[in-house]
Design a protein around this ligand. Structure first.
Ligand SMILES: Cc1cc2nc3c(=O)[nH]c(=O)nc-3n(C[C@H](O)[C@H](O)[C@H](O)COP(=O)(O)O)c2cc1C
Length: 186
């Protein structure tokens, strides 16, 4: 597969089969991730490969947030448990963090580099017959989710990436052509 084909075939995958993602596959994805450009070679990223217990704990943290929006506490507890179990049952879940540099310019570059690493990972997954779902959100800053990941002080979780064999390939999301957001200057 050429890179344009891989880019075209990547989708956010929300349903995975039960097929295991092997340690070798995960290592291949992470080796691709760390080849991302990073200014000053700061290698700002940290990768956490979450096992079922950690996934469950992260799911509880996310579920807690969603449950708080429900007026009925019983329904809230049920939702929390459902979300936690869904996370535990994922074939593979990665948390990606960035070591926060005290210099704001470097901090921004490092965040950008980490997101490029995630794209490397997502594209390599397609080449391996796998799919990914990148997820973010306020939950990443919660103490409970940070504890679930075991992220260190001075690190910021920047994304969760679920990985697995796609159960189905969603249709491509409609996008405007690049010409609609491009200006050519003389
Ligand atoms: C930085 C980033 C954060 C995202 N966060 C979420 C998220 O929290 N929840 C979600 O369902 N999808 C999330 N997505 C996936 C996008 O919604 C998805 O890429 C978009 O709908 C286009 O679909 P596609 O990836 O299949 O092309 C995120 C994507 C990126 C790049």
């Amino acid at each position: 597969m050429t890179i344009p084909v891989i880019i075209e075939q990547r989708r956010s995958i929300k349903k995975f089969t039960h097929r295991e993602v092997t340690r070798a596959e995960i290592e291949t994805l992470l080796e691709a991730a760390i080849l991302a450009p990073n200014h000053r070679l700061t290698r700002p990223w940290r990768f956490y490969v979450l096992g079922p217990e950690s996934r469950y704990a992260y799911g509880l943290a996310l579920g807690e947030r969603k449950a708080r929006k429900l007026p009925d506490p019983v329904a809230g507890r049920a939702l929390r448990e459902t979300i936690a179990s869904e996370h535990r049952d994922l074939p593979c879940m990665l948390a990606i963090s960035v070591v926060e540099n005290e210099n704001p310019e470097i901090r921004e570059e490092d965040y950008a580099a980490a997101m490029m690493a995630i794209e490397n990972l997502a594209l390599t997954a397609v080449a391996l017959g796998l799919g990914t779902h990148i997820k973010t959100g306020g939950v990443m800053g919660d103490a409970a989710s940070r504890a679930a990941v075991g992220v260190g002080d001075g690190e910021r979780i920047v994304a969760i990436v679920n990985v697995g064999e796609p159960a189905e390939l969603p249709s491509p999301r409609k996008r405007e052509p690049a010409t609609a957001c491009t200006v050519w200057r003389p």
